[in-house]
Design a binder for this molecule. Sequence first.
Ligand code: NDP
Ligand code: OXD
Length: 315
Amino acid sequence: MSNILLAIMGWDPKGWEQRFRALAPQHDIRTWPEQIGDPADIRYACVWKPPAGLLAGFPNLKAIFSLGAGADDLLADPELPDVPVVRIVDSDLTMRMTEYVVLHVLMYHRRQRLYEAQQRERLWREHSQPAASEVLVGIMGLGVLGTSAAWMLHRIGFQVAGWSRTPKALPGLETFHGAQGLEQFLRRSEILVCLLPATPATRGIINLNLLRKLRSSGALQGAYLINAGRGSLQVDADILAALEEGSLAGATLDVFPTEPLPVGSPLWDHPKVTITPHNAAQAVPQTLAISVLQQIDRIELGIPLVNTIDRVTGY
Ligand code: NDP
Ligand code: OXD
């Protein structure tokens, strides 16, 4: 029997606890902060936003599992133990993100916000409708989530390009990489979808300078931003400035530098902004606990882990 610690902040831990106990009766599941017991017993930590320093108190940890796809909060802990950090890669989470991206791309493509405004005015007015094949979508971050969303948008008919750190070849998609590929990628993108991880290299990347490079003169006659990556990627004041000057025609934001988004933020009631509460791809214990337990099985069987975080690149 190995002892597994669940330390979850910001989400309701009950569903996780029940799911882990149901799926893994062979393990002793302990929950932070009430049921830690002897810290030396804990072999695996399954966590979401644990307080900095907490994990350093478990001397016999073999691995740390982020219960989400991103592990940036973990890496920000200066006392993070030197054991593998593993993130979630799961088809349920991936499909939820794909749904979110497709929903919001289509919302701009089909001018849904305009029709909602018209409905409030009881106004029956049709607007011209470009074909999806005329619209250029750019996905920043061609990892597990970005690639899945890119394929789905390609399937619908959009002209999709992606940007990543290292070169990629994806049939049917235009790909760009690195600093040298960024400008060309932006200049051809009307709808920019951001699915990058939070790392020192991506901090503040969605700023006014970047937003001004987006293609405003394409089929949509305006540029749009969808950020479901991390809040630290975006500069809120720059998004507002870009909306104000017209270099952005609309923005969907699921993540923010400060979460929850402060009630006083002007983003809340901006007519061109759509806000969701960091739930583009909800982490659901029903399926994700299985992924984590499979990884624990790998360790116990001596099989190498998959989806580990590279501490040098930060994702
Ligand atoms: P991956 O690690 O699979 O992909 C990350 C992608 O970003 C890769 O293509 C990588 O390039 C690229 N990238 C990283 N750094 C840079 C850089 N400096 N310049 C250019 N490209 C870069 O992550 P996922 O797709 O699984 O997840 C992406 C992010 O989505 C997560 O880190 C998390 O922050 C966020 N997320 C948000 C959720 C929400 O509900 N809002 C839910 C789940 C995740 P390369 O391929 O070359 O390595
Ligand atoms: C994640 C998230 O990283 O929910 O999985 O943000």
